[in-house]
Design a protein around this ligand. Structure first.
Ligand SMILES: Nc1ncnc2c1ncn2[C@@H]1O[C@H](COP(=O)(O)OP(=O)(O)OP(=O)(O)O)[C@@H](O)[C@H]1O
Ligand SMILES: [Mg+2]
Length: 400
């Protein structure tokens, strides 16, 4: 299989075949090679069209369907057979698997079940090029309020999106007070609330409608318009949405709150990396240590990387060496303090990586975007951190 998955389906029941067809047609990278309403013609169709996947519905006639599974699996070993049925009876599942089915899915077919099954088939065939395999999810969490989490999330998303090989969605999971839409000057028609409202019948066209594209190419899934104390969806539902987005986008950048809510945690659980955004001051660094040990307890410690924002402010900051000693882990990137650039960018609603791509802060973000795909920790060379004088609050931390 290359990046496009070619599929042939057979289902003699018209309404259910149409609903499978509609679901598949909504997925950019699925090519519906053939649809067939008769079991007896399907093997011939597979022979002629050579799809990557044959999807066989058993509900019109389980015995004929099972026989077809065996026939296709035997005659076309490179074509993965998937079965879909309303029945979840153990003996039926067993027979389908014995006859050569790779996956048994329940009807009506759910998009996320189908995507996971495709993922497994790709994994089993050793194909690592599928979009969902190469996509990367990064959650940014601030070590304190106002450390620059959203600035970095939005600009990182845009910097990634400006590389045409990438497709990027930024998810604003700061559901109450999130402001990613302000940074991108987007007045959204739909938000994550619309996704939540349609969660039981979610398909790609619905999901795509809820995203708004920015000039840099990045898509935004905005926070709900109305403030509410009730989360719009459950953590499981959020993970379902992320799984669907993951199938379409090469990068998902998630801006979470600083409350470690169940939804924030659900995002972190499905992320490849968790970037803790900190500044070089005592409250932030102390929180980095606390967040780090909290995430380690949750089994997420290996995904954590620390981003130092507003670095290079000299004497008013804790030195980098002291910070490294305090947090006990490497710093993945240092983003320089560049107030004028950032504030102008926010006021204009144009990400600084687009508005001032040559500025030091933009270059640091562009470097970060390049490093996102590699797991190797790097320190941006841009920033020289000055040695602070020992004074006031910082004195107790000792010298470098
Ligand atoms: N590298 C930087 N240099 C200068 N100013 C910055 C930098 N990064 C962020 N800022 C400024 O810091 C302020 C807070 O940034 P931002 O809203 O991104 O933080 P946040 O962590 O998302 O805040 P919140 O806790 O409200 O979600 C903004 O006014 C922004 O302009
Ligand atoms: Mg924010």
């Amino acid at each position: 299989m290359n990046n496009t998955v070619r599929i042939a389906i057979v289902d003699p029941i018209d309404p259910s075949r149409n609903s499978i067809k509609n679901l598949l047609l909504g997925i950019d990278w699925v090519w519906l090679e053939a649809e067939c309403s008769r079991y007896e013609f399907f093997s011939e169709i597979v022979e002629q069209t050579g799809p990557d996947v044959a999807l066989i519905s058993l509900d019109a006639d389980a015995q004929r369907g099972l026989a077809l599974v065996a026939e296709v699996a035997l005659a076309h070993p490179t074509c993965a057979v998937m079965v879909v049925s309303k029945s979840q009876e153990g003996s039926l599942i067993l027979q389908a698997m014995r006859n050569g089915a790779k996956e048994f899915l329940s009807a009506p077919l759910r998009l996320d079940d189908f995507m996971s099954a495709l993922d497994r088939i790709r994994g089993a065939s050793g194909n690592k090029q599928g979009k969902s395999k190469t996509s990367r999810i990064v959650t940014l969490v601030g070590a304190s309020g106002g450390v620059g989490c959203t600035s970095l999330a939005v600009n990182l998303g845009c910097a990634l999106a400006m590389n045409e090989e990438n497709s990027v969605a930024v998810i604003d999971l700061d559901l109450a007070l999130g402001d990613a839409d302000v940074w991108l000057d987007i007045i959204p028609d739909y938000t994550i609330q619309d996704v939540a409202d349609n969660i039981t019948r979610l398909d790609y066209s619905m999901l795509k409608r809820s995203l708004t594209q920015h000039a840099t190419g990045a898509f935004l899934l905005p926070r709900p318009v109305h403030l509410s104390s009730t989360p719009p969806m459950t953590p499981e539902q959020l993970q379902r949405v992320v799984a669907l987005l993951k199938a379409t986008f090469s990068h998902l950048i998630i801006d979470v709150t600083k409350t470690f809510s169940p939804l924030d945690m659900a995002a972190m659980e499905v992320s490849d990396n968790i970037f803790i955004v900190t500044q070089l001051d005592l409250p932030c660094l102390r929180n980095v240590v606390r967040i780090n040990s909290f995430l380690e307890d949750k089994g997420l410690g290996a995904r954590v990387k620390v981003l130092v924002n507003r670095a290079g402010m000299g004497e008013s900051q804790i030195s980098m060496n002291k910070a490294l000693e305090t947090i006990g882990r490497e710093v993945f990137a240092q983003i320089p303090n560049e107030y004028a650039t950032v504030i102008e960018s926010r006021n204009n609603g144009i990400p600084f990586v687009q508005e001032q791509p040559k500025s030091r802060i933009s270059r640091a973000i562009q470097q970060l975007a390049l490093n996102v795909d590699s797991s190797v920790a790097t320190v941006a060379e841009e920033v020289e951190v000055e040695k602070p004088k020992r004074s006031g609050l910082f004195r107790f931390l000792g010298s470098k």
